[in-house]
Design a protein. Structure first.
Lengths: 314, 314
């Protein structure tokens, strides 16, 4: 039992095995880490930290008590057919992951707001023109998804004096932020968003949410930033809007298929700034401290933090 | 006399005449504005708001009492041979100018920190590689020049958790910031600066300050951002350092000659992000409110704000 006995952690990483093992050695020297697929006696394993578990993984883990996700998004966990959904599933929330996402989205908001795509075009033509730039206070940024990442971004954008509005699944007030929610308010939200930042999880409700119909609601010189999940955006519809000129530009870090297929037009589309899913990754040292604290707290009778609700998909 | 009489403002703008005139009409409806070169009776003019005054301008202005600079940098004023240096010269300090500079520098710091130049190269090659990125807390940004703009940038970078160090001309403590000063401490400052942001004024002391000798002090993968004045940087030395690989990249908004000559290698150098002096410009509505307040305060016996010291060059 994790509660009063030894913690044995199954680790399946996102290709940074050694860094994770070192980070656990630092944060939880008492922890026994077993690196997948070398599980030893699977019945001894009572916790797991996972990225993209193989389909049958959980069948062998009879005494598992808690599952930690390596990423902030848990779609790769929730689609695993053997996932024991009755167990606590703890989302990764750690300061470096949040900071990285804020930096990435901020870079792209600044790039679009400060007309860098136009300046890059002018540069190639050796054309010197001091474009007139709007103050941040005249730009409305719409943040879709108001979890830990979306809220951190909204706060930072507000500090830089942007007009920030938010969109989320269900109702609820957020201090200092105008919030739209649900399907009924999506159009009103998009009509106001001059720069739209998608930070929603991939769920049945969000898949393909950014499509020809919803893109048509954006102001005509709008920009889209997707740093959430690739399937939030219908890529064909997005390219169509860019090519028709109804959308001014896009920054895409995530894609319907990853790695992005070599023949995708998104690699080199003149109006697309494409990056290979680098917006933010979990930082093992701070992540292991988060896990250590969660297990400590659990042993003292406190609830697990940041629990995933498999029913709603995140 | 400005003190107890009518204010007559000579206006020579940076090519935005109408916007400035409208902004004064809003902020100071009682002000009489005369747009250079239509000065009317020059002896009636008691204040002036100027950008790049022509050499003889001040000879005609016998009753001038105060000079306002349109820009934050006053080098174009101070090199005017007829400038009456005994008069108060008020530097432009207004929130939108500061905000624009912070945005611009922040964009470039994020771009370098988040390895966007490398990702842009990979994109052209259709090469998907999730580069490992350092947390902001492991990056040291050196801000050269700790006036209103430099300090605002330092505060914002600190909020994003960068390690920030500052460099200035003379000694003096700054709360929460490690400050280097004077020639003797320049090497120590540069050796620490992984991203160097030049925000100094153009003075006898700063001209050519960034040259082969001082660039050699930077860490080998350092980046330089110049949003101050073009002559802070010896362009030939900078290009040499980039070509030799001792400097990783540069973002240049200002140049030894502006507009940048069409044959300059800086237009299209692979390691240079060039922009045409757009980092930040004065926003007439807030600038005119600043001037209105300064004149009001003066009439109530208060000193002029943000006075230039011609002797030190800024």
């Amino acid at each position: 039992m994790l509660e009063d006995g030894k913690a044995v952690m199954l680790l399946k990483t996102d290709a940074r095995d050694k860094i994770w093992i070192d980070a656990f050695a630092q944060a939880m020297p008492e922890l026994e880490v077993r690196l997948w697929p070398d599980m030893g006696d699977p019945s001894e394993i009572n916790c797991a930290l996972l990225w993209g578990p193989p389909p049958e993984l959980f069948d062998a883990l009879d005494n598992l008590e808690v599952i930690f996700s390596i990423g902030a998004g848990v779609d790769s966990l929730l689609t695993c057919p053997t996932l024991p959904t009755h167990l606590p599933i703890v989302r990764m929330v750690e300061p470096e992951l949040t900071a990285g996402m804020v930096e990435f989205c901020l870079f792209h908001v600044l790039r679009f707001h400060r007309l860098m795509p136009q300046l890059e075009t002018n540069r190639i033509a050796r054309h010197w023109e001091e474009l007139t730039q709007a103050p941040a206070s005249e730009i409305t940024v719409g943040v879709m998804g108001l979890g830990v990442l979306g809220m951190a971004l909204a706060r930072q954008l507000t500090a830089l004096r942007y007009q920030v509005i938010g969109y989320r699944r269900g109702p609820g007030e957020v201090d200092g932020l105008e919030v739209f929610h649900g399907e009924a308010q999506l159009e009103a939200f998009m009509r106001r968003s001059e720069i739209l930042v998608a930070l929603m999880p991939s769920t049945q409700e969000t898949r393909g949410l950014i499509n020809s119909r919803t893109l048509s609601w954006l102001p005509p010189t709008a920009y889209v930033i997707n740093a959430g999940r690739g399937d939030l955006v219908n890529e064909r519809d997005l390219v169509k809007a860019l090519d028709e000129g109804s959308l001014a530009g896009a920054a895409l870090d995530v894609f319907e298929t990853e790695p992005l297929p070599r023949d995708s037009v998104l690699w080199t589309h003149a109006k697309v700034y494409m990056t290979p899913h680098v917006a933010s990754i979990t930082h093992p040292p701070t992540a292991c401290r988060y896990i250590a604290e969660a297990i400590d707290d659990f042993r003292q009778g406190k609830p697990w933090p940041n629990l995933v609700e498999p029913g709603r998909g995140y």
